[in-house]
Design a protein around this ligand. Structure first.
Ligand SMILES: [Zn+2]
Length: 207
């Protein structure tokens, strides 16, 4: 048997990361977001629109940077969130509501307001928490961006009819309710498997 001293043991345990356990109900937010995003229209901007947008944000199209932190950008993020309280806000996918973003900022910001998130000292990857030096300058650019164009905001219920709109959301609730039932089954299976394995392996659901 290998003999491991205390320092080595500490190093090895720190090097390992047990993949996070998944739960059925842990996907609730993903499902709700999918229901929202499936009905959000997207508008392709013109080259002139993109040029104006990047000029306002002081970003060179040959060196695309994250509007929030300045890292290399990997996608465009919705500046104003599409989802609030598990329903669409009415904002859509269009250039006036999109800014280049890195993956870290995009996933850390989530559905929060960009202002609140940028100055957050608790969000793990917010620019303030990461100590990004020119956060105030970036916030001023984003404020200018917000004033560039009035964003499109649509009223789904008025467009398609209240009844149809509510039916769509009751389907979403039904899917989530079914997931809760699946979670109960998963808990039973997990407990039985743990009995066989002689250990308990299930952490609490994050959602
Ligand atoms: Zn970023």
């Amino acid at each position: 048997m290998t003999c491991i001293d205390e320092a080595r043991e500490k190093l090895l345990l720190a090097a390992f990361r047990l993949p996070q356990a998944q739960t059925v109900s842990g996907r609730k937010t993903t499902i709700t977001n999918a229901f929202v995003c499936s009905v959000i229209p997207s508008i392709q901007p013109s080259a002139a629109d993109i040029e104006q947008a990047l000029a306002i944000l002081a970003i060179d199209p040959c060196d695309m940077r994250c509007a929030y932190c300045g890292d290399r950008s990997t996608s465009f993020d919705h500046l104003r969130p599409l989802v609030l309280n598990r329903r669409p806000t009415g904002y859509i996918t269009e250039i006036a509501n999109l800014v280049p973003s890195c993956g870290r900022c995009n996933s850390s910001k989530g559905n929060q307001s960009w202002r609140t998130w940028m100055v957050s000292v608790t969000a793990t990857h917010s620019p303030t928490k990461r100590g990004i030096a020119d956060t105030a300058r970036r916030m001023a650019l984003l404020e200018r961006y917000e004033q560039w164009r009035a964003p499109i905001r649509i009223d789904f219920a008025a467009m398609i009819g209240k009844e149809e709109w509510e039916r769509y959301w009751s389907r979403c609730e039904a899917v989530i309710e079914e997931m809760r039932r699946c979670e109960d089954d998963a808990d039973v299976i997990n407990a039985r498997v743990a009995q066989f394995m002689g250990q308990s392996s299930r952490p609490a659901s994050p959602d």
